[in-house]
Design a protein around this ligand. Structure first.
Ligand code: SAM
Length: 205
């Protein structure tokens, strides 16, 4: 469970696919917004934000005074995000952050909520990245991992990455638990995918 050199990264040239209506049904951003119930003053980091699929939905449904960092390791994705935020009434609540594969340049304990949508399966070192997320989070801070799940036998994949590239819910849950997150839950209403939410254990660093 250390480094995974065979991960396949999303090609920014396919950015339009992230807004596929079929994907919106399988991974409804509104359900994440309802589960998180963000409050004024909350600081949210959407890591691997891509074109802003989750970030823009959360921005539109949360109260004023929530601040978002749109974090991605691909400059091309941050350029897409900037374009979609141009002229957005609440674009000033978003800061773009260019990161690297293993590090997010945000301060220790500076984030209340980390969102990672369709990114976990692309990480070269998932356990190491969970430790990086824990560093960013305040004590008791929350993590939401949305990703593609295993399919039942006989069910054909219609979207998302090939099955062998996926990190199923059960594995994600085990890894998150091993890195000192607690209160692990799964939000209903996602299909072919899951939305795992967890809390940074208050006793951890
Ligand atoms: C499949 S896209 C998903 C984008 C968006 N979260 C969504 O759900 O539509 C995966 C994104 O994660 C980014 N990414 C992959 N590995 C990363 C890492 N280690 N740190 C930050 N971003 C990463 C990719 O550049 C890409 O934008």
């Amino acid at each position: 469970m250390g480094h995974h050199d065979n991960v396949h990264k999303f090609d920014p040239a396919n950015a339009a696919r992230l807004d596929d209506p079929q994907r919106r049904q399988a991974m409804p951003p509104g359900l994440l917004a309802a589960a998180l119930a963000l409050k004024p003053g909350d600081k949210v980091a959407d890591i691997g934000c891509g074109t802003g699929y989750w970030l823009i939905a959360l921005l539109g449904t949360s109260p004023p005074g929530v601040h978002f960092s749109g974090v991605d390791s691909e400059p091309a994705m941050l350029a897409h995000l900037a374009q979609r935020l141009r002229g957005h009434a609440r674009g000033d609540q978003v800061t773009p952050v260019l990161s690297t594969e293993h590090q997010v340049p945000l301060a220790n304990g500076s984030v209340d909520v980390v969102v990672m949508g369709a990114v976990y399966h692309e990480l070269a070192d998932r356990r190491g990245f969970l430790r990086e997320i824990r560093r960013l989070l305040v004590p008791g801070g929350r993590l939401a991992i949305i990703d593609w799940d295993d399919l039942p036998p006989g069910v054909e994949r219609t979207m998302g990455p090939p099955i062998h590239e996926r990190v199923p819910f059960a594995l994600a849950r085990t890894e998150v638990m091993a890195e000192a997150f607690e209160d692990i839950d799964s939000i209903d209403g996602f299909s072919e995918s899951y939305c795992l939410v967890a809390r940074k254990a208050a006793s951890s660093d």
